[in-house]
Write a new protein. Sequence first.
Length: 158
Amino acid sequence: MNETKKDKARTVEIRQLESIKGGMAEFFTPQASHETVLVQIPPQTVDDLFVHKTQTDQLLVVRGRFVLVTLINKKYQYIPLSEDNPAVIIIPPGVLHGAINLSNEPCVVVNAVLRHKPSHKMDYITRGRPLPYDLTAAEAALKNLDITTPHIKVIADC
């Protein structure tokens, strides 16, 4: 099947971080960015979708866990992310995405933002949910994360 340039631009990628030990500390690969934002996702959050037109998000969970929801070609994908499996998820411009935190603890995420143009006010306005979320699928994604081996390299093609 031929992948068009538009489809390729709407691909979400997950990169496992490489690390080196320095004494007792473990140093992970830094992410290039134009700005770094610390995001807290409150407990029991089911967030609406939004889309950025002018930036690429590079997300890394530093405390807790959550499910990133993407909507591509009228299909949701539920991507579990956790501090226990250090990975950066790269969300290019034009991908509808939102967050689900079903736990009783907040989740803290670092976003290493790559700006392609100056930010636009529409980049941070929620777009609602054209289809209802499947919270059972989101829970299953988190449970699957619990039973998978940490540090597995994954590419999620939406």
